[in-house]
Design a protein around this ligand. Structure first.
Ligand code: LER
Ligand code: MN
Length: 272
């Protein structure tokens, strides 16, 4: 299994040099721990010198498997489902920036929280239709640029639509774009899926999964809670999964501790 970990680059408050220095330091720390990638959770990809970042990545033999886009909703409040078509267009425009970055960084673009939350003013049908319309527009952009969008089922406490893997897969199949795929996050799997049937179900759909997020049921490093990572990751290994498993947790006690704890734990369960 190839492991990566999520990090930001503080691109809103840093010079290009500071961004590049931060990225180099991340590679310097993560590469000896046997991480093979850094998933970037960024808000303004256009602030980041992507060619230079890619160069640094290559020099360490690291990849940037995916870009997280959720802060577009959390910080800007732009979303795919919004009632206001201007806001929806702004969300799509932001995805365009991530796609442009990805053509150079060779990353997948995550569609998670950017679908937005349902509001009291709206009804779920309208918002869901908006989400699908916006997503289809993003699929066209992704197809034109040969970039993959990966849609993340997210638990019901954080988002109102596509909470389960099954709902998400049905929607992806209905849209039918080669550039729209499924990703699975262990934390949301734990909260949303049937604890008895999930293992067989995961085995049956594992070949459709393009990216993984890992966090324990504590939302902290794998091994700090009760999620069965050995069983979870073995399903993907058995299905010849070639993507990344990206550590996405609360970074406590610290980013460095989470990175080290994850690797120690993965070795202890014979996944690394
Ligand atoms: C994003 O990848 C995710 O998993 C959500 O829970 C937002 O934090
Ligand atoms: Mn996630």
């Amino acid at each position: 299994m190839k492991f990566s970990i999520v990090s930001g680059l503080n691109e809103l408050n840093s010079s290009e040099k500071q961004i590049l220095d931060k990225y180099s330091q991340l590679c310097e720390f993560l590469s000896p721990l046997s991480f093979k990638g850094i998933e970037l959770a960024i808000l303004k990809p256009e602030n980041i010198p992507v060619k230079e970042i890619k160069g640094i990545s290559d020099s360490y033999g690291m990849e940037i498997p995916a870009l997280g886009t959720g802060s577009t909703f959390l910080r800007f409040r732009y979303s795919f489902g919004d009632l206001d078509s201007n806001i929806r267009e702004k969300a799509i425009d932001r995805i365009k920036k991530y796609i442009e970055f990805s053509t150079i960084s060779n990353s997948k673009v995550i569609i998670g929280l950017i679908r937005g939350r349902f509001t009291y003013k709206n009804n779920p049908e309208t918002e869901k239709r908006n989400i699908i319309d916006s997503l289809k527009k993003c699929c066209r952009l992704a197809e034109d640029s040969n970039v993959e969008l990966i849609f993340e089922p997210i638990n019901r406490f954080e988002i109102d639509s596509y909470n389960t893997i099954k709902d998400t897969l049905e929607m992806i199949e209905e849209i039918g774009s080669e550039n729209l795929k499924l990703m699975v996050d262990s934390f949301h799997t734990h909260l949303e899926e049937d604890p008895i049937t999930i293992w067989d179900y995961l085995d049956s759909i594992a070949k459709k999964v393009s990216h993984l997020h890992l966090s324990d049921d504590t939302r902290r490093a794998p091994g700090t809670g009760h999620f069965n990572f050995r069983r979870f990751l073995n399903i993907f290994e058995k299905n010849n999964y070639k993507g990344f498993a990206s550590v996405e947790t609360i970074m406590k006690p610290s980013f460095e501790d989470v990175a080290k704890q994850t690797i120690t734990y993965m070795k202890s369960i014979n996944i690394l």
